[in-house]
Design a protein around this ligand. Structure first.
Ligand code: 2RA
Length: 340
């Protein structure tokens, strides 16, 4: 006996990946429904070797459904998630709406699986921001061994993090630069991303940081340890899929690079590719479609006591969003609902 599962926002990048991953991981589904806005009614989406026709989210009754994986913006989540939760369907939400709500667990299953038992307060579980998810998978095993004091992270985030529009913009800009006669006027865009990098993701905050950077700080504290100091610089780069991060860590206790590498090699969700030679590290194009969080360039930071540098790459649509949400669904089923 399996679960009755809804995927909300099934026509978006993340919603489609949720369906792909539910099928790839053979999640125990008795029934699955793809939900989307009225304008996408009837749109066909894949679920393994099956094709689902999207149904209307606006009129859907979640009563009797076990879980709803939400892959829509905060506004639509605000409109539909409370009703689904009230109908007894556990909401696993990929938007940022509930991440910082003390009554809603924010979960990366490799890091804080025990938090799944806190779901019942609102019948909602929050999925972290993509740039946070891959980082905390790497931080957690090292924190358990040597207690992290401070993290300095610079991200190199792909355009798919900002949705289909972001990918289209990179594609259109690249075309317009290579083929100036193309039908896309180069000045259509706010800031050029093709052959460029943009140190600005989400909105600016009062202190000069961006909300993306604030999210990495707040979410790392909620998921791993509130005592960890985090400072982030989040940058958009001309890559279609795959977020990369240069992470500098300061520990309370000494941890040498070899021991750190051994710990990461054994840690859940991590693939270490770390050879000090040409190609001995992972780049974004190599992570696409994979479940793993890849770690490379592990090396001591000798400028501080107990310092370590590492390079972290992962598919932002998978571990950064859809995979983590499906892993939460697996955790919820295994630890709480216990069907299937
Ligand atoms: C981004 N992390 O990359 C944000 C939202 N997915 O744009």
């Amino acid at each position: 006996m399996g679960y009755r599962v809804a995927v909300v926002g099934a026509t978006g990048n993340v919603g489609r990946e949720m369906l792909n991953i539910l099928a790839e991981r053979q999640f125990p589904v008795d029934e699955i429904v793809a939900l989307a806005s009225r304008r996408s009614l009837g749109t066909e989406v894949s679920f393994g070797d099956k094709t689902l026709k999207c149904k209307d989210l606006d009129t859907f009754d979640f009563t009797g459904w076990d879980m709803a994986l939400f892959a829509v913006g905060s506004e639509a989540t605000q409109k539909y998630a409370p009703g689904a939760a009230k109908a007894g369907c556990v909401v696993i939400d990929n938007s940022s709406l509930y991440r910082y709500d003390s009554d809603v667990p924010l979960i990366v299953p490799e890091v804080n699986p025990q938090a799944v038992h806190d779901y019942a307060k609102k019948n909602i579980i929050a999925n972290p921001n993509c740039s946070t998810a891959q980082m905390v998978v790497a931080l957690k095993p090292l924190h358990d061994r040597a207690t992290i004091k401070r993290v300095v992270v610079s991200t190199y985030q792909s355009v798919s993090g900002s949705g289909k529009e972001g990918a289209d913009e990179l594609w259109d800009q690249t075309k317009s630069i290579y083929n100036p006669t193309s039908d896309v006027p180069p000045n259509k865009f706010t800031k050029q991303i093709a052959f460029n990098v943009i140190p600005h993701i989400d909105v600016f905050m009062e202190d000069g940081s961006t909300k993306e950077e604030w999210k990495m700080v707040a979410e790392t504290k909620k998921i791993v340890d509130k005592n960890i100091k985090v400072t982030a610089t989040c940058v958009r780069v001309p890559v279609f899929v795959g977020h990369s991060e240069a992470i500098n860590i300061e520990f309370e206790d000494h941890l040498d690079e070899d021991e750190a590498r051994d710990i990461l090699r054994e840690a859940p969700g991590i693939m270490v590719i770390d050879k000090r030679e040409d190609g001995g590290y992972v780049t974004p194009v190599e992570c696409v479609g994979d479940f793993a969080t890849f770690i490379s360039r592990i090396r001591q930071d000798s400028t501080i006591d107990n310092g370590l540098n590492l390079w972290c790459v992962s598919d932002n649509l998978r571990k950064g969003a859809a995979l983590n949400a499906v892993q939460i669904a697996e955790l919820l089923g295994r630890e709480v609902l216990k069907k299937g």
